[in-house]
Design a protein around this ligand. Sequence first.
Ligand code: CAA
Length: 402
Amino acid sequence: MDQSIKIIESMANGRFTYWNDAFLSDEHLELAEMARKFAQAEIAPHADSIDKEHKFPKEIIQQMGEMGFMGIMVPEKWGGSGLDTLSYVTVLEEISVACASTSVIMSVNNSLVCHPITEFGTNEVKEKYLKDLASGKKLGCYCLSEPASGSDAAGMKTTAVKKNGKWILNGVKNFITNGREAEVAVVYAIVDPAKKHKGIAGFVVDASTKGYSVGKVEDKLGINGSSTTQIILENVEVPESHMLGAEADGFKVAMNTLDGGRIGISAQAVGISRAVLEEAAVYSRERKAFNQEISQFGAIQGYLADIATQTDAARLLMRSAALKKDRKQRFSAEAAQAKLFASEACMAAAVKGIQILGGYGYIREYPMERHFRDAKITEIYEGTSEIQRLVIASQVLKGIES
Ligand code: CAA
């Protein structure tokens, strides 16, 4: 048997048990157990082919919809599971351990699509789209970035002009996760350029509307099972009732949505780090050098200790941001801290993980190389590390009088 398969089987057999359950109730622990069993049995065995064949995991997403994982925080009356953010990140961590491509598909649908529709959508839009999105019957995408505006989100060029009681959208959106498969899009556009960020509105757009099309599909370093595309909007007609919140509130809707999304990406990063730790630890018990397990060497133990400690610290920041969100308090800085720390810890863990496996870490036969490629994006999407530092620093400086 080849060694990579043995490592995956060791994980599935529960040989690896290191995990921090701080802040979790009995219900959260049960949910974690259920998600872990599902992820290891139904997703992990396919993660390699999802990555290598750039295969969208359609059947897995359908199963996750049936299990209530595609709209975890959406109230039950709108087709969701009606659970808290702590439950969401607990499940997302387990899915991310198994497959980062699958977890980003899930996190975009939950955080960036279901959330703004739940919080800011009209009942008509909730009836029409939220029920299907939350139950996994439809998939959503979030269209904020453009070819010339990423970090400077308010610098967008897409326009929305009102005509005969409808909004007409024109523009190009870039780097859109789920872009190829999404049937529903949350789109931001400028309604009044003179008002800068206060002239941006958010809309729910049906992907079947005339003029809506999928442009370039990107070829990426990692998370290859999820699509990343351009979305092209050419005179797309959107009903007035599809606006998210008030006309002047689009930028705040976008930012509030990203706050929640950043907690989700921290969960993805924690999950990838845990996959790195599990594989590195199991490998270190199986691989021998100089007549002993490599786990007996201080250098390897040091790497494992660092990965475990940083993963735990990231998980605690992630859960603390989730708890603050659940308490309905402003959590922008906490979400930014969780994402910043978890994504940088994840990248550092992946570098050490490859080092522990040596040459076997560098070849495509072993999952470690995939984790290394998947880890990098967590430092970029839903706000780069530089943007997270900006958000955190602005909170720190706010408390000081000039
Ligand atoms: N919640 C609510 N309101 C917020 C907010 C938040 N988190 N952050 C800012 N605001 C409000 C401010 O209070 C301010 O309101 P007032 O005018 O009433 O005072 C207004 O928004 C403007 O705030 P700023 O002046 O701070 O705005 P800015 O233009 O300087 O930008 C930024 C701030 C933090 C840099 C922001 O642009 C940002 O987060 N950029 C990164 C964008 C990003 O994360 N993009 C990722 C793309 S999505 C993605 O990756 C999707 C995918 O498919 C995976």
